[in-house]
Design a protein around this ligand. Structure first.
Ligand SMILES: [Zn+2]
Length: 78
């Protein structure tokens, strides 16, 4: 009767590792402060400079990706 508890513990560890990964603050590509937090699925906000951007679900976007997004936005604007 030890199989059930062993299985449950493994699953709990796995979800815990995932949740801490996206709940922790990440480094902001704009101000370099570790204040980037996921506020929504794929949306990140920095608590220091207030920048809000979309990126990957579990990791903030890189500065290169942000520049590309800004360029695309500038092209479609006007
Ligand atoms: Zn910032």
């Amino acid at each position: 009767m030890g199989t059930g508890s062993r299985y449950g513990r493994k699953i709990r560890n796995e979800t815990q590792r995932l949740s801490t990964q996206y709940k922790n603050f990440h480094k902001c590509p704009y101000c370099n402060a570790v204040g980037m937090k996921r506020v929504f699925q794929g949306v990140w906000r920095c608590k220091y400079c207030g920048v809000e951007t979309s990126g990957a679900s579990y990791a903030p976007p890189t500065i290169r990706r942000l520049r590309k997004l800004q360029q695309q936005a500038g092209d479609t604007h006007d």
